[in-house]
Design a protein around this ligand. Structure first.
Ligand code: OAD
Length: 239
């Protein structure tokens, strides 16, 4: 039996499956991964230098513009065959598969996956940088970034920046799904960023890594498939 067939058998036998995804999940949709070189205007910055609260406070327009460019890039692309295969499986098998993703691009949600656990937030959402005043939500003034006309508070993207905590409820749900699963598919993540990467080490059941390159989670895997998300998932999740 090939490794692919072995994983397909694991899927068929698993009552509770977790897909734990990272940027490689969206690579075949045309979203660059984090550890790929940045392109264009942003090529001279590392995400770690832009995706922090101190960076935003020091240069809010530049960081805001970077997020606007990422929002625009994500709006131009579509879920790929991997996202769609996961959502199809969830439709055919309600309650059997949970998606916990590090991605902020919303592509699992756009593919139709219900209840996605967005560990690092959502690129499409904003939140207030500082505790809002009583007028913040009523007095939003357009700008880069938009601000409260009353107190000057700034809107920021509702994503988890370096040095920030993950949303506690989402992380707790992902951890309990990991501890309860029979099978975890770890798709398209370098496994370099904690606490998210720790989910793969908490999985109760079998762990399968799907990644065309070596990752930091290969040692936690029972099976490693050197393949891409869009090529492998439709086969693995077929009935
Ligand atoms: P990375 O950019 O670190 O890793 C992407 C992984 O995807 C690499 O291991 C690639 O080999 C793999 N890959 C590339 N193409 C693929 C494909 N077509 N199919 C499957 N795998 C493929 O991205 P993440 O692991 O998601 O955090 O990064 C983790 C976190 O670090 C991100 O959520 C973000 C980042 O900085 C925050 O913003 C808090």
């Amino acid at each position: 039996m090939s490794e692919r067939e072995r994983v397909r058998e694991l899927v068929r036998g698993a009552r509770r499956i977790v897909v734990f995804s990272g940027a490689g999940m969206s690579a075949e949709s045309g979203v660059p991964t984090f550890r790929d070189a940045q392109t264009g205007l942003w090529a001279k910055f590392r995400p770690e230098e832009l995706a922090t609260e101190p960076a935003f406070r020091a240069n809010p327009s530049m960081v805001w513009d970077w997020y606007v460019s990422r929002r625009e890039a994500v709006a131009r692309v579509a879920p790929n065959a991997g996202h769609l295969a996961i959502a199809d499986f969830q439709r055919r098998h309600p309650g059997r598969l949970t998606v916990a993703t590090q991605n902020v691009d919303g592509l699992h949600q756009r593919a139709g996956s219900p209840g996605v656990l967005a560990l690092h937030g959502n690129l499409a959402d904003d939140k207030w940088l500082d505790v809002p005043c009583e007028r913040c939500d009523l007095a939003v003034e357009a700008g880069r970034p938009p601000r409260c006309a009353h107190c000057g508070n700034l809107l920021r993207p509702a994503v988890v920046w370096f040095g920030e905590a993950l949303p506690a409820r989402v992380l707790a749900e992902a951890e309990s799904a990991a501890r309860a699963c029979d099978l975890m598919l770890v798709v398209g993540t370098s496994g370099a960023v904690y606490p998210a990467a720790g989910l793969a080490r908490m999985a109760r059941g079998q762990v399968v890594v799907v990644n065309p390159q070596a990752s930091d989670l290969d040692d936690a895997a029972d099976v490693v498939l050197r393949d891409t998300a869009a090529r492998s998932l439709p086969y693995l999740l077929e009935d």
